[in-house]
Design a protein around this ligand. Structure first.
Ligand SMILES: Cc1ncc(COP(=O)(O)O)c(C=O)c1O
Length: 397
């Protein structure tokens, strides 16, 4: 099977909702992937910020293979140890006290939306249902998560969306403060906005939201779906802000490519999800939870540190790329192994295609931003090679 023949078959049978590159990937190892024509690529996208430990990581593979020998699925009518183990890991540093598992980022956020409403209701405030979100945010494609998403282009055609969401400029604490009213239940933000082009808020914004939430009796929810699990050089991106959320969500890198999401919360909040309030058939599946336990352990046992070191090299390279780009690159932003390159003109899709020709996979956000989300374990040699290929792609796009 070739790239072309797989693409041809795909066009006959798949929904036309994605704009796929004209390649079919068949294999991955570390920071390398191969397509159906046998071409090798350096992968600086990692399944859209998902394979934080690279492809086919041996410890994750071993954990999954071992679990496959035992039990694939059981439901939540019984306990399974991998689910408990993963929850123990995720609450071990005290940022949360309880975990609920599901299958994706959107599903984790849906859980968060329900949780904050229920919590306000149970605490004597049934009138508090509204959630303050940020403009340009991204929280997923299911109806609630979509309504929370601050990008009208994703709403179009799906109205009416669920009510109870207000969008304020990301980084504008005064706007968030002014928007709090009788009906406000919670604030939901990403600490760095991934799908908006890896946008970092001004210092103090996230801490300001914490203070605002405390003063007004709101819950503070962080969407760590893209920024969590080591992407920024810390386990969770909110750790850079020294701010504790009441609730946060994970997905993407949690399973290093296997589908799993998580909703984490403090005890006083989580306890309102009593039996019958919320559930997910596949949530807490023993295979994906085993993968995530291995991911967590790898992060703790060196991958986080390696990622932070590698990121320093990546950033040095990208700053040099910017300096030598003749003004084609305006800004390098983000944190850790999570970077947005702001281009001076709208050549992002051309850069993306050119990079692919040069055997480098990156991704474009809008017309002017190139996103990089390499594995935390990418080698120094691959970092240098990736930066060099990217520089050439930008120059020749
Ligand atoms: C911050 C954030 N939240 C939620 C989502 C949705 O996750 P999923 O596609 O797994 O539903 C994404 C996906 O890009 C995301 O970046």
């Amino acid at each position: 099977m070739s790239n072309a023949s797989i693409a041809e078959r795909a066009k006959q049978v798949l929904f036309p909702n994605y704009r796929q590159a004209p390649i079919a990937l068949v294999r991955g190892l570390g920071s390398r992937v191969w397509d159906a024509d046998g071409k090798e690529y350096l992968d600086f996208l990692g399944g859209i910020a998902t394979c934080a430990l690279g492809h086919n990581h041996p410890a994750v593979r071993r954990a999954v293979e071992a679990q496959l020998q035992e039990l694939w699925h059981a439901s939540n009518l019984v306990y399974t140890e991998p689910q408990v183990e993963l929850a123990e890991r995720l609450v071990s540093d005290g940022h949360a006290e309880r975990a609920f598992f599901c299958n994706s980022g959107a599903e984790a956020n849906e859980g968060a939306l329900k949780l904050v409403r229920k919590w306000q209701r149970e605490n004597g405030h049934p009138e508090r249902f509204e959630i303050l979100c940020a403009e340009q945010s991204f929280h997923g494609r299911t109806m609630g998560a979509l309504a929370a998403t601050g990008q009208p282009k994703y709403h179009r055609g799906f109205e009416p969306l669920p009510e109870g969401f207000k969008h304020l400029p990301f980084g504008d604490l005064a706007a968030f403060t002014a928007a709090v009213g009788e009906s406000t239940a919670a604030i939901l933000v990403e600490c760095i906005q991934g799908e908006a082009g890896v946008r970092v808020p001004p210092p103090g914004f996230i801490a300001g939201l914490r203070k605002l939430a405390d003063e007004r009796g709101l819950l503070l929810v962080f969407d760590e779906v893209q920024g969590g699990m080591g992407r920024t050089g810390k386990l969770f991106s909110f750790e850079w802000e020294n701010v504790e959320p009441d609730v946060f969500t994970l997905a993407k890198s949690l399973g290093n490519g296997l589908p799993i999401g998580a909703l984490l919360a403090k005890e006083r909040v989580a306890r309102v999800f009593q039996p019958g309030t919320h559930a997910s058939t596949f949530g807490g599946n023993p295979v994906t939870c085993s993968a995530a336990v291995a991911v967590y352990d790898e992060l703790e046992n060196g991958a986080l540190v390696r990622g932070a070191l590698g990121a320093q090299r990546l950033w040095r390279g990208l700053e040099a790329l910017k300096a030598d780009s003749g003004g084609l690159v305006e800004q390098v932003r983000g944190r850790g192994m999570w970077v947005g390159l702001q281009l001076a003109d709208d050549r992002a899709s051309r850069v993306l295609a050119r990079a692919r020709d040069l055997s480098l996979l990156v991704n474009a956000i809008g017309d002017r931003v190139i996103r990089l989300a390499p594995s935390l374990l990418v080698s120094d040699g691959d970092i240098d090679e990736g930066v060099q290929r990217l520089a050439e792609a930008i120059r020749t796009a």
